[in-house]
Ligand binder design. Structure first.
Ligand code: ATP
Ligand code: MG
Length: 731
């Protein structure tokens, strides 16, 4: 017993052994919140304060849930049998699986995956006579999910839909709900909604779940949304034994409806709640804490906390600026190889804001045989969207690549299903040709629709082959992504789609880079195939590459925060709005505080984007840090502040644009030219144009009345405009 409280400090012990009623442990990163949660479960059980069937502990990711269970079982010295330890979604699913009829669900209801969700929306759009291209199903689903997670259902939304856009959404949504019902399906969000409704409306079920959650514990409470909060409030009964632990400075899921108010105003939600603050950080050395603390101090929306460490000394936090992303990765690989003498690779991590950034690290680590794995995501070359694009390229280079053909003939969906493929295979067998050749002949056995689709598919490939003689390889990829409709598949603003578009951009960049090294498209594709063959790293002792979102709650000895640039961190989608900017700052804070003893921030002076190499701007967060927080170890350090590379350099990572539309070959521009006409246009300025929408100024050419701006519009691509005529608004 004493073992359970001996290795805790006073406030931790107070929280672990706290009696009944709501309790909030509010504390900074690495102060032992998760430790308190697991010790409290063990303590309650070991002291017979709770039966194991009365424990419900929830968190946000499967990995965290697994770790929590393991820690509790280690403390108890035996398996935890009756209690629930898992994610919110698993909790909801268990409730629904037990009593599906209470939720109006069939006994064997199914969970619709994102593909099936999209199909349902698409069919509904067609039924309503609407064009899915104009109303992309993914965008509609994103909006629906956002509303649901903020607690708004279809009926409530429909009742107050005031403009035509909302009315349209309400109608599609209504049909989507009906389709799910008809199919006996629920989507991910439904699980939470239905579980809440069942608990609210069925006293018997509620009472059973309440007993099972007599002791309810929630980790990462700062990321709960309205729905999750509803669930918690319904389930709490009797003594209302909720133990919530969290840190408002680590709330990073606003885009999924996370409501910081749940933690900021905890006592209002749960009257009579006790609040315990933990102030000693056991994870990080003093220099790391000082840097992270200085950064987060700039946020307004926080309760404010002190955090100290007794861990004396520690390495300086480092800043490294490389000439480009390859140099950035090289420096990191050098350091990891040095540090490897006293730290296993498994204790090292590279954290990035966007998935696409892992590519240069993956390449560098692979070439140096540094074991690594991409956590919470696939390796760059294995990602579905990248493989699809590669398959198209393979078909451009080798027109009878059957595997590539089968992979993408129906990507994006063009009505060529398994039946069509079977017919083509039979034709190929009969005529002794490849399937691609058989398809080219558009055999009569096919339906008229399949024939039209195939014809269009081959047209795109033929055009691409023609373009190949005119365009640089990188531009060819850009053209193809657009012409084949691969980019349009990921239209929309949510994180996942943006990430997938960025990955496709990265592929174009990789091809262009390879061409710069004298590698043509064929050689490039071969190199990639070889890379894939040796790709699997099963060793547990491997460097982790992951996004900041995936890193929440984890800890490493050595951490690199890569791409510390404006446009990446803060991300260009988020930096114009104060609330989003604060969330980006919290992300950077989460990243820094993952480190136990060695932390570096790295950035590249230039990045390959917009189909060309552009200068970047250091993260504005760097300017907020006192200079003595970090040591600049670059070959040519950043000098002074504000740190900007070159005059008026645009942020290369600015909202990744789409490649040029068909038929418009690349024109290289001098990206750093600045406007000397006195109108003050600078590359990097965000603008809005009546027809083309929003974009970023890439370069200024000429001066005075002859001044022209090269602008990359988010949707319309690259345009050259005369600002006095074109009526551009600066944002
Ligand atoms: P985060 O905010 O990142 O989720 P956290 O507050 O949940 O962090 P933990 O992961 O529980 O922090 O703890 C951070 C580290 O400090 C862990 O390695 C943990 O074992 C250690 N630790 C916490 N409390 C103590 C303590 N009283 N004595 C020794 N080590 C401790
Ligand atoms: Mg934790």
């Amino acid at each position: 017993m004493s073992r359970l409280t001996d290795d805790l400090n006073d406030p931790q012990r107070e929280a672990v052994s706290y009696g009944t009623g709501p309790l909030l442990v509010l504390a900074g990163a690495g102060s032992g919140k998760t430790r308190v949660l697991t010790y409290r479960v063990a303590y309650l059980l070991a002291n017979d304060r709770a039966r194991d069937t009365e424990i419900t502990a929830v968190t946000f990711t499967n990995k965290a849930a697994l770790e929590m269970r393991e820690r509790v079982e280690t403390l108890l010295g035996e398996p935890l049998r009756g209690g629930f330890v898992g994610t919110f979604h698993r909790w909801a699913l268990e409730i629904l699986r037990r009593d599906p009829q209470a939720a109006g669900l069939p006994r064997r209801f199914v969970i619709a995956d994102s593909d099936e969700q999209r199909q349902m929306i698409k069919r509904e759009l067609k039924k309503l006579g609407l064009d899915p291209k104009e109303h992309p199903p993914r965008t509609l689903l994103g909006r629906i999910s956002g509303l649901v997670n903020r607690g708004t259902g279809q009926a409530a939304f429909a009742a107050r839909a005031a403009d035509s856009q909302s009315e349209l959404l309400a109608r599609v949504w209504e049909g989507y709900e009906a389709r799910k019902r008809a199919a006996g399906a629920v989507d991910f969000d439904d699980m939470l909604v239905l579980a809440r409704d069942v608990l609210r409306d069925h006293a018997e079920i509620r009472s059973r779940v309440q007993t099972r959650a007599r002791w309810l514990l929630v980790d990462e409470f700062q990321d709960t949304n309205a729905l999750q909060m509803d669930l918690l409030e319904i389930v709490l009964s009797g003594d209302r034994n909720l133990t919530a632990v969290g840190d408002e400075d680590q709330s990073i899921y606003r885009w999924r409806g996370a409501e910081m108010d749940n933690i900021l105003a905890f006592e209002r939600h749960f009257p009579g709640a006790a609040v315990v603050k933990l102030e000693e950080n056991y994870r990080s050395t003093a220099p790391i804490l000082a840097t992270a603390g200085a950064l987060i101090a700039a946020n307004q929306r926080r309760r404010g906390k002190t955090l100290f460490t007794n861990r004396e000394g520690g390495d300086d936090v480092r800043l490294y600026v490389g000439s480009d992303e390859r140099a950035e990765a090289r420096w990191v690989a050098d350091r990891f190889q040095e540090l490897q003498r006293r730290t296993p690779l498994g204790g090292m991590a590279v954290l990035v804001r966007t998935n696409a950034q892992t590519r240069s690290f993956e390449e560098e680590f692979t070439s140096r045989h540094i074991a690594h794995r991409v956590i919470g995501g696939l390796r760059f070359w294995q990602r579905a969207e990248v493989k699809d694009a590669l398959a198209y390229l393979r078909l451009v280079v080798r027109s009878d690549d059957t595997i590539a053909f089968e992979r993408v003939v129906n990507v994006p969906t063009r009505g060529i299903g398994a039946a069509t493929i079977d017919i083509l295979r039979a034709c190929a067998d009969r005529d002794g040709t490849t399937m691609v050749e058989a398809a080219r002949k558009l055999p009569d056995e096919l339906s008229p629709r399949a024939r039209i689709s195939l014809e269009r598919f081959f047209q795109i490939l033929d055009e691409a082959r023609e373009q190949r003689t005119e365009l640089d390889p990188g531009d060819l990829v850009g053209w193809l992504l657009e012409a084949a409709g691969l980019l349009a598949m990921y239209d929309g603003d949510d994180e996942e789609k943006t990430a997938r578009r960025e990955n496709l951009q990265q592929l174009a960049a990789a091809v262009a880079e390879a061409a710069g090294r004298g590698q043509d498209l064929e050689a490039f594709l071969d190199a990639i195939s070889l890379l894939e063959e040796h790709d699997e790293d099963s060793s547990p002792d491997a460097v982790s590459l992951m996004t900041l979102h995936a890193a929440k709650g984890l800890e490493f000895d050595v951490v690199v925060l890569a791409g510390f640039e404006d446009g990446l961190l803060p991300h260009s989608n988020s930096r114009d709005e104060p609330e989003s900017l604060e969330e980006e700052r919290r992300l950077a804070y989460v990243g820094m505080t993952r480190s136990r003893r060695w932390l570096a921030m790295t950035l590249a002076r230039t990045r390959f984007l917009f189909g060309t190499r552009l200068p970047t701007r250091p993260s504005r967060f760097l300017e907020e840090l006192p200079a003595d927080c970090y040591t600049d170890v670059s070959d040519s350090p950043l000098t002074g502040s504000p740190a900007v590379f070159g005059p008026g350099a645009p942020a290369a990572a600015d909202r990744a644009p789409r490649p040029r539309p068909a038929g418009r070959p690349a024109k290289k521009v001098a990206a750093t030219a600045i406007d000397e006409s006195g109108q003050g246009w600078r590359p990097g300025d965000r603008v809005r144009h009546g027809r083309f929408g929003t974009g970023v100024v890439l370069a200024c050419q000429g001066s005075g009345p002859r001044l022209k701006l090269v602008v990359f519009f988010d949707r319309a691509g690259r345009k050259t405009l005369v600002p006095t005529i074109a009526k551009l608004d600066r944002l």
